[in-house]
Design a protein around this ligand. Structure first.
Ligand SMILES: *Cc1c(COP(=O)(O)O)cnc(C)c1O
Length: 365
């Protein structure tokens, strides 16, 4: 078996990349997740050969056998991260080693071959270097990077696959919300849960998203933007959104976020905000918080702000919460003061505009 950490990426340049003028037009208004860069990264795994055949290659379709294991039993995981354009024109990643570790942990939970963290990092660096002209320079823009891996063995038996395909694609993204984050309305799902104790809630796997979509569709039908899930055991405690973690801010300036523990995705934005809040002397507790308490604290004014956070939208204020037969507003239903301060601090570090005391930025060039 090859020593994965010594793998070299073979570089196959795209023969006809998107012309610069067309690329610049796309980068002026890229939207989210709709257009992709010229290249992609790929590494193969088999139990016989280990990790092999590492490549940066032209982005394009892949061939798949109809009996490919992922199409039947959903062994699939992914990551979401960003590359930023720095004020001096350089390029940086934000805490990429945290994504590498989480990707390995997701693989372990899904009984997949764990990709060595250094190989994950090399694949990201190599792809971003190849496609660095695709990083939008606009305010709030970034290159969204999507590493993913799936069971590629052609076999219908139910067992962990013996072959996997790891890939990375990248997509230029504009400001997720133009003109600053508007506050969102959440729908409390009481019929559906996202993750049960002992389940896959802490793994970043496509299956969790598949399970959340019917609840998200219900939220939209009810006139809301996003669904918020309660814990599966008691249907009492607030957990997270389909793809973002939650924070609650109180009148005394303290904060609460639901504790990790297997049913909540350990967000890197969540962890960064916990650290920034502690740096700022804010008392922040990782503590279970019930829907009933949320509602009564919002109504009494004890709760001042609520925000969701994740890589794609960074920080999103929550203005209104609705559920079956109830509705409550949070603060003045607009972005709160502490929400805005923490967002500005985090974005400042990510864009290389603020000091980076924890060494979170990795500069590529
Ligand atoms: C990815 C994700 C998050 C946010 O994680 P970040 O590392 O902050 O982007 C939160 N919840 C779920 C369910 C997720 O999949």
């Amino acid at each position: 078996m090859s020593d994965a950490s010594l793998l070299d990426f073979r570089f196959e340049a795209h023969g006809s990349p998107v012309p610069a003028s067309e690329r610049e037009a796309i980068l002026a208004d890229p939207g989210f997740g709709k257009v992709f860069t010229d290249h992609m990264a790929m590494i193969r795994y088999s139990t016989d050969r280990g990790w092999h055949d590492a490549r940066i290659m032209p982005r394009g379709p892949i061939q798949m056998d109809p009996a490919c294991a992922v199409l039947h039993y959903a062994q699939e995981i992914f990551e979401g991260m960003k590359a930023y354009r720095l004020p001096d024109g350089g390029t940086a990643l934000f805490r990429p080693e945290a994504n590498a570790r989480r990707f390995r942990e997701s693989a372990e939970r899904m009984a997949m071959a764990p990709l060595p963290e250094e190989l994950f990092l090399e694949s990201i660096r190599a792809l971003v270097r190849a496609d660095k002209n695709w990083i939008p320079a606009m305010e709030g823009g970034a290159l969204y990077i999507r590493p993913f891996m799936f069971a590629s063995e052609v076999f219908l038996g139910v067992k962990p696959a013996s072959e996997y395909l790891y890939m990375v694609i990248a997509s230029p993204a504009g400001a997720y919300f133009k003109g600053g984050a508007p506050s969102v309305t959440l729908w409390v799902s009481e019929d559906y849960t996202r993750a049960a104790p002992g389940g896959t809630g802490a793994a970043k796997c496509g299956g969790n998203y598949a399970a959340s979509l019917v609840a998200q569709a219900e939220a939209i039908r009810e006139g809301c933007d996003q669904v918020v899930f309660l814990d599966a055991a008691e249907r009492k405690y607030v957990e997270e959104l389909g793809g973002m973690n939650l924070f609650f801010v109180f009148e005394d300036g303290s904060m609460i976020t639901p504790p990790l523990g297997g049913t909540i995705l350990p967000g890197i934005t969540r962890d960064s905000i916990l650290t920034l809040a502690k740096d700022a002397g804010i008392a922040v507790r990782e503590e279970a918080y019930s829907l009933d308490q949320w509602r009564s604290d919002a109504e009494s004014g004890k709760l001042r702000e609520t925000f969701a956070c994740g890589t794609a939208a960074v920080v999103t204020p929550v203005g209104t919460v609705k559920g079956d037969g109830f509705e409550f507003g949070i603060g003045n239903r607009g972005p709160g003061i502490l929400t805005e301060q923490l967002r500005a601090k985090l974005v400042g570090i990510q864009r290389g505009e603020a000091s980076d005391p924890h060494g979170w930025l990795e500069r590529l060039d």
